[in-house]
Ligand binder design. Structure first.
Ligand code: ADP
Ligand code: MG
Length: 294
């Protein structure tokens, strides 16, 4: 190599290094990713639907997002186009065997949105996990060790409908909990358990955790009960309750069988538009939100 081409190569190398450290500084200045667990011990309240569509709406707004499917049923994975037979190793292998997140993370059809899917044997993995040491911190440790976290603006965790070890892993890894609440009778009773759990985890295990907000789901404006429940919940939880309400919308329930978020399945539907507003309200409520471009 001639002296001049050697010099050119060195300059190129310097430039690449400078660009890399500038990128690292840019990411560091934006602060850490917001890690949000979607939790409620009740099944069928809209956790998975909210996880999929909130994550999609955030990605559509230009944020880079990771969705973690912590539910053994794997509905978030299926709903994002990864049916059981198309999934390799996922979050179970990460939790139970220490597989690096980088080896399990997958792209989705949405630019900027990746997923750590549920593997088909998550239940067996959970049983193994019960006897493992540091078992409630496995997800947090794995995220901390994942270089990709630095490039993420949001991590959305879809928790299973129980308050077991998997949900605990979600609450240990998160700073914020978003609780979907179905507009139905006894909604308030159901929420006590999750708020007490959040409080217990905050006191004993994860001081950085807080109840970020409550989102009313499956709101039916033709049904007076929906409005009564909404008023009740707002009366009790005040500003914690999101102004955005997710309406009951058939398109939302159809979308998963097509392996698509409702935002892709039918962008103009009231359900899609509600999730876009929910994402905007979330970013707004978080204030100086990280804005890492996808
Ligand atoms: P969870 O994860 O809390 O168990 P899901 O998100 O899976 O709840 O929702 C339960 C069922 O209700 C699913 O069949 C889903 O498609 C449907 N669903 C959720 N939200 C809505 C909505 N806003 N309108 C109509 N159907 C909904
Ligand atoms: Mg679910």
């Amino acid at each position: 190599m001639s002296a001049s081409s050697r010099a050119r190569a060195m300059i190129e190398q310097d430039r690449a290094l400078a660009a890399r450290s500038a990128e690292a500084a840019r990411l560091a200045a934006m602060g850490p990713a917001r890690i949000i667990a979607i939790a409620n011990q009740k099944g069928g309240v809209g956790k998975t639907t909210t996880a999929i569509n909130l994550a999609t709406a955030l990605a559509a707004a230009g944020h880079r997002v990771l969705l973690i499917d912590l539910d053994p049923q794997g509905n978030a994975s299926t709903g994002l186009g990864l049916p059981r037979n198309a999934r390799g190793r996922g979050v179970f292998a990460v939790l139970a065997e220490g597989l690096p997140i980088a080896d399990a993370v997958r792209n989705t059809l949405i630019p900027g949105l990746s997923i750590l899917p549920a593997d088909p044997d998550l239940t067996a993995g959970e049983m193994e996990l019960v006897t493992a040491t540091g078992r409630e911190k496995r997800l947090k440790d794995a995220l901390d060790a994942w270089p990709g976290l630095l490039g993420c603006a949001f991590v959305i965790i879809d928790c299973p409908p129980s308050l077991g070890l998997l949900t605990l892993n979600g609450l240990m890894a998160a700073q914020d909990v978003l609780v979907p609440l179905q507009c139905e009778f006894f909604a308030l009773e159901g929420i006590t358990q999750i708020t007490q759990t959040i409080e217990a985890v905050r006191r004993r295990l994860n001081p950085g955790l807080s109840l970020h907000g409550i989102v009313l789901t499956m709101y039916d404006r033709r049904n007076n009960l929906s409005e009564l429940v909404a008023q009740d919940v707002r009366g009790f939880f005040g500003k914690k309750v999101y102004e955005t309400v997710i309406p009951r919308n058939i398109r939302i329930s159809e979308a998963p069988s097509h392996g698509k978020p409702v935002l892709v399945y039918d962008f103009k539907s009231p359900g899609s538009q509600a999730y876009i507003r929910l994402a905007a309200e979330l970013v707004d409520r978080l204030g100086a939100a990280p804005s890492r471009a996808a």
